[in-house]
Design a protein around this ligand. Structure first.
Ligand code: HEM
Length: 497
C-alpha cells in the first residue's frame, strides 16, 4: 500500500485498520512466541510428558489451583511417574517414583537454593543477594543446634510450657467435660510454647494477648502461603499478615543483645549469621517452617489415635508406666511428692514415654506429609528415559510417595505397627519415607520436631481424657507446601484426669 492509497481511506477505515492491527499484532506475537517455545522443546531429547493447557502463561493453572493435591494424583494416573505441568508461568516436573529420589536429592543441578530463592523473597521479603550469601550458613547452624544431642534442655523447657498451656485451656472447668475444636485446641496449646522456646522469652517480650494475635495472623499467613508469589494486587490480605509478622520479628531480632553470653535461641543464631536488614525475614521463615508442619501433625496424630480404639487402648496401657509426675521430691529428708508434683521432663524421661505414640506420630506424618518439595534444574537432568530441561522446577511429593504400595502396603490405613521394624529411639525411618525431604538441605528441625511431638502428644494423653465427637475430617486438597490441614472442623470432649 503506497502513501496515496493510504491517504485515500476515509477516517472510519483508518480506525478499522488500526483496530485490526491492534488485535492481530499481539496475537501474531503470541503465536511466534509459542512457536519458538514449541521448537525449543522439540530440540530437547525426550522431555517428560506434559499438561500444558490452552492459555499461554496460565497453562493448567486453574485446574491445578482448585485442588492441587488431587490434580497431581489425576495426572500421575494419566501420564505416569514423571510428568510436567505448565501453570502460571512455571514449568514443574514431578517425580513420583521413590526410586528417583536419590537423583533428586543428590544431583547438584537440582538446586534447593535456586528453587527457594524466589519464594523466600516473596514469602518473607528476604533479598536474593542475602539469601545466596547466607542460606547455607544459617541452615548449617540450625542443623548443628537441633541435633539429637542438644535436645535435652529444649525438652525440659518445652515440657513446662506445654504443662502450663494445657492446664490453662481446661483448668477453669476442672472436673467438667469441655467441648473444643481439636485443631483450635492444638494451636492454642502448641503455638505459644514453641514460639517462646525458639525465639526466647527475653527477645519476644509479648503478652499472652499479643501471642494470640500473632497466632491469628500466622493462621492466615500459613493458609494463603501458596499465593506468596502472586502479584500483591491478588493477595493484599495475605501481604498484611506477612507485614504484621515481619514487624514482630523485627522487634525480636532488635532485642537480641549485641554480646549474647550464650547463643541459645533461633533469634540469636540468626543475628549471628546474617545481615541485620534481612534477619526478620529469616526469622519469619523459621517460624513458618517450625509451626506449619508440627501443628497439623499433632492434630492428625491425636485424631487418628482417638478414632482407632485398639491403638488408644494400647497407648493408655503404656501411659500407666510413664511417670509424668515426680515420684521423689525430698524436702528436709521427707518425700513430699504427690499426684501434682510436675517437674520438667528430661529427654531421657521421654524415652520411657509410650513407644506406640511415637509410632503413631511417624504414621501420621507419613499419611499427611507435605504435598510437594522443590528444586530448580540448572542444567538438563536425565531421569529414566527423559531429559528435564534447565529452568524447570523439579518436584517430589512426600504425600503421594507415601502411598506407594511397594513400601507401604495398604497405604491409606493408619497402622503405627508398620514402624515396629524401625529403631525409633534412634529415629530410624522406613524405606520410602521422605517427609523431611533429603540431601544437603534436608529439614534441619526433624529431630526437634520428633521430640516436640512425642512430648506434646504424650503429655496431652497423660493429662487429659479425650473423646471424639465428630468424624476425623479429610485432608484439605489445597495445601501443598506444608503438611496437610484438616478440611473442616473436628470437635472433641476434653476432661482433666
Ligand atoms: C513434622 C514436622 C516437620 C516436617 C514434616 C518438616 C518437613 C520439612 C521439609 C519437607 C523440608 C524441605 C526439605 C527438602 O526440601 O529437602 C523442611 C525444611 C525446613 N524445616 Fe522442617 N519439617 C518439620 C518440622 C520442622 C521444625 C519443628 C523446624 C524447626 C524447629 C523445621 C525447620 C525447617 C527449616 C528451617 C527448613 C528449611 C531448610 C533450609 O532452608 O535449608 N522443620 N522441613
Amino acid at each position: 500500500m503506497d502513501v496515496y492509497t493510504f491517504q485515500s481511506f476515509s477516517p472510519p477505515q483508518h480506525l478499522l485498520l488500526a483496530t485490526v492491527a491492534a488485535v492481530i499484532g499481539p496475537l501474531l506475537l503470541l503465536f511466534a512466541w509459542s512457536c519458538s517455545k514449541w521448537l525449543s522443546q522439540q530440540r530437547l531429547p525426550n522431555p517428560p510428558p506434559s499438561k500444558k493447557g490452552w492459555i499461554p502463561w496460565l497453562g493448567v493453572g486453574l485446574q491445578f489451583g482448585k485442588a492441587p493435591l488431587y490434580y497431581i494424583k489425576r495426572v500421575h494416573e494419566e501420564l505416569g511417574d514423571i510428568f510436567t505441568i505448565y501453570a502460571v508461568g512455571k514449568r514443574m516436573t514431578f517425580l513420583l517414583d521413590y526410586k528417583d529420589s536419590s537423583t533428586y536429592f543428590k544431583t547438584p543441578s537440582a538446586s534447593f537454593k535456586e528453587a527457594a530463592i524466589d519464594f523466600t523473597t516473596a514469602a518473607a521479603s528476604i533479598e536474593p543477594t542475602s539469601f545466596s550469601e547466607h542460606h547455607t550458613k544459617i541452615h548449617d547452624i540450625f542443623k548443628g543446634q537441633l541435633t539429637m544431642h542438644h535436645l535435652d534442655p529444649l525438652c525440659q523447657e518445652l515440657s513446662l510450657s506445654f504443662y502450663h498451656e494445657i492446664l490453662l485451656q481446661v483448668r477453669e472447668r476442672e472436673g467438667q467435660e469441655v467441648e473444643m475444636e481439636l485443631m483450635d485446641f492444638v494451636r492454642k496449646t502448641m503455638f505459644g510454647p514453641v514460639v517462646k522456646q525458639l525465639f526466647g522469652q527475653s527477645n519476644l517480650q509479648l503478652s499472652e494477648e499479643e501471642i494470640k494475635s500473632m497466632l491469628t495472623n500466622f493462621i492466615k499467613y500459613d493458609a494463603d502461603f501458596k499465593y506468596a508469589q502472586l502479584p500483591a494486587i491478588f493477595n493484599r490480605e495475605w501481604g498484611s499478615t506477612k507485614e504484621y509478622l515481619l514487624n514482630i520479628m523485627k522487634k525480636v531480632v532488635g532485642r537480641v543483645p549485641k554480646q549474647a553470653d550464650c547463643l541459645k535461641h533461633a533469634a540469636e543464631h540468626i543475628i549471628s549469621a546474617v545481615d541485620p536488614a534481612n534477619a526478620p525475614g529469616y526469622s519469619l521463615m523459621v517460624l513458618w517452617a517450625s509451626q506449619a508442619n508440627a501443628i497439623p501433625i499433632s492434630f492428625w496424630t491425636l485424631s487418628f489415635i482417638l478414632s482407632h480404639p485398639n491403638v488408644y487402648k494400647k497407648i493408655k496401657e503404656e501411659l500407666k508406666e510413664w511417670p509424668l509426675f515426680q515420684k521423689d521430691m525430698m524436702i528436709f529428708g521427707i518425700n513430699v511428692a504427690d499426684e501434682t508434683s510436675f517437674n520438667a521432663v528430661k529427654e531421657e524421661d521421654l524415652k520411657a514415654a509410650p513407644p506406640t505414640i511415637k509410632r503413631a506420630i511417624l504414621e501420621a506424618i507419613r499419611l499427611r506429609s507435605p504435598g510437594m518439595i522443590a528444586r530448580k534444574v540448572t542444567e538438563p537432568i536425565k531421569i529414566k528415559e527423559y531429559t528435564v530441561p534447565a529452568g524447570h522446577y523439579l518436584m517430589m511429593s512426600p504425600y503421594h510417595s507415601h502411598r506407594n504400595q511397594t513400601y507401604f502396603p495398604d497405604p491409606e490405613t493408619f497402622n503405627p505397627e508398620r514402624w515396629l521394624e524401625c529403631d525409633i529411639d534412634k529415629n530410624q525411618f522406613l524405606p520410602g519415607f521422605i517427609a523431611f525431604g533429603g540431601g544437603r538441605y534436608q529439614c534441619p528441625g526433624r529431630w526437634f520436631a520428633l521430640m516436640e511431638l512425642h512430648l506434646y502428644i504424650s503429655m496431652i494423653l497423660k493429662l487429659l481424657d479425650m473423646t471424639l465427637i465428630d468424624e476425623v475430617p479429610k485432608p484439605s486438597p489445597l495445601h501443598l507446601t506444608g503438611s496437610q490441614q484438616p478440611e473442616g472442623s473436628c470437635f472433641v470432649k476434653i476432661k482433666l484426669k
